[in-house]
Design a protein around this ligand. Sequence first.
Ligand code: 5GP
Length: 177
Amino acid sequence: MLSGPAGVGKSTIVAYLREHHPDIWHSVSVTTRPQRPGEVDGIDRHFVDGPTFAGMVEADELLEHAQYAGHWYGTPRGAVEDKLAAGVPVLLEIEVQGARQVRRQLPDALLVFLAPPSWDELERRLRGRGTEPAEVIAARLATASIELAAEEEFDATIVNTSVPEAAEALVALMHAE
Ligand code: 5GP
């Protein structure tokens, strides 16, 4: 499982793995966040409304779930359990609160923390994303510093100096399991 602060490049690593390591199965998260241009429902995320998400939580259909930046995210339990039972390598790309829940649910899971090369680099990436108001950026930086502090809870850390190197390091860790 790959976690780490927002802006560190988790989704870029996932995109690289989809292309270069199609044997790894990626969980498709359920989210209440609006669909972004270019995203495909059912491939990138399952886009649902709040009541639908709440119903999934109620029915215990999610392995973990967490609120992030005002929206809900969760991992569908059934698909992950089926793949694990079939011996398929499974990758979850989730934020830190969800990672803690997976640790409790699946004690054997490998929890990998993706770290930025430096705080300055992370700050640059978080600021550089768009033209958001200063308070949005400040909130994001505050969340990122809390997320960075979670690193010690993880089984391994990979520093995202380059996407192919970090992605291949993750594959090596998964195969070593
Ligand atoms: P995004 O809005 O870019 O899809 O995701 C925002 C954050 O939520 C990212 O840090 C991403 O790793 C995390 N995330 C995506 N899917 C899940 C999920 O199913 N569960 C949890 N806990 N976090 C998720």
